[in-house]
Design a protein around this ligand. Structure first.
Ligand SMILES: [Mg+2]
Length: 245
């Protein structure tokens, strides 16, 4: 059964419209940063260091409160992660860790791509009169840079960046702010994105319908307490599932 388009869509940015983790070679970015600033380190040791940094990063970003603070200043967060990981090698140089963090960020940013079918789908929905808001967590500086780079501002009626509005997903206030700006009620809106907590569980508690972008086809988490309104693997799939005539 085709699904009827809603009055409004709230849409996530990272790994929804542009890549951030999906399809990214993060090992290569870390290795690049290590080689740039610690050129004497041998390959085997560099790979061990990368593994340690990634393990520390996984720990760091797994906590919602650390995540909330860290994403406002990625260079500082990554500097801390690198410093903690490299104490095992007796590397205790905050300035070096900071330079590595900056180089890692640049390498990672250079890999970011827009998903072509995202732009096609959003343009289609817009042409059908759907009101659109971009809702993204992170600092104003980093998120605005992505919006400018991929020329996304013109696609949306409103853009809400955590670092600009002072509230982020999964807090209720950010979804309510978006609904208010678009002039719709919760049941008239979809939230579309890849993060199950931020774009499905939290907005659905308010009555917004969650459309989960499950890139890898992992399926709804076994411990999930809610079911998404829709699960899609791509924007192309979403276009095929909605009634647009
Ligand atoms: Mg995302």
């Amino acid at each position: 059964m085709p699904v009827t388009l809603p009055k409004a869509m709230l849409i996530d940015l990272d790994d929804t419209i542009i890549s951030y983790d999906v399809g990214m070679d993060l090992d290569a970015c870390w290795l690049h940063a290590l080689r740039a600033h610690m050129p004497a380190v041998q390959d085997d040791e560099a790979r061990e260091m990368v593994a340690a940094i990634k393990k520390r990063a996984e720990w760091f970003w797994s906590d919602p409160e650390r995540h909330r603070i860290g994403r406002q200043d990625l260079v500082s967060a990554r500097q801390g992660i690198i410093s903690a990981a490299l104490t095992k090698w007796d590397v205790r140089d905050p300035a070096l860790a900071r330079r590595m963090a900056a180089t890692y960020g640049e390498a990672r940013d250079s890999q970011v791509r827009v998903f072509p079918d995202a732009l096609e789908a959003i343009g289609l929905f817009r042409s059908k009169g759907v009101r659109l808001a971009l809702i993204t967590n992170g600092s104003a500086e980093t998120q605005r840079a992505k919006i400018r780079r991929f020329n996304l501002a013109g696609l949306f009626d409103h853009i809400l960046i955590e670092g600009e509005v002072g509230v982020g997903k999964p807090e209720a206030g950010i979804y309510q702010l978006a609904l208010g700006k678009l002039g719709v009620s919760a049941d008239e809106a979809w939230m579309i994105g890849d993060n199950f907590e931020w774009e499905i569980a939290a907005p659905q508690r308010l009555g917004i319908k969650g459309v989960w972008l499950d890139h890898r086809g992992a399926g709804v988490p076994a411990d999930a307490t809610v079911q998404p309104f829709l699960v899609i693997r791509s924007w192309s799939e979403l276009m095929s599932r909605v009634r647009t005539d």
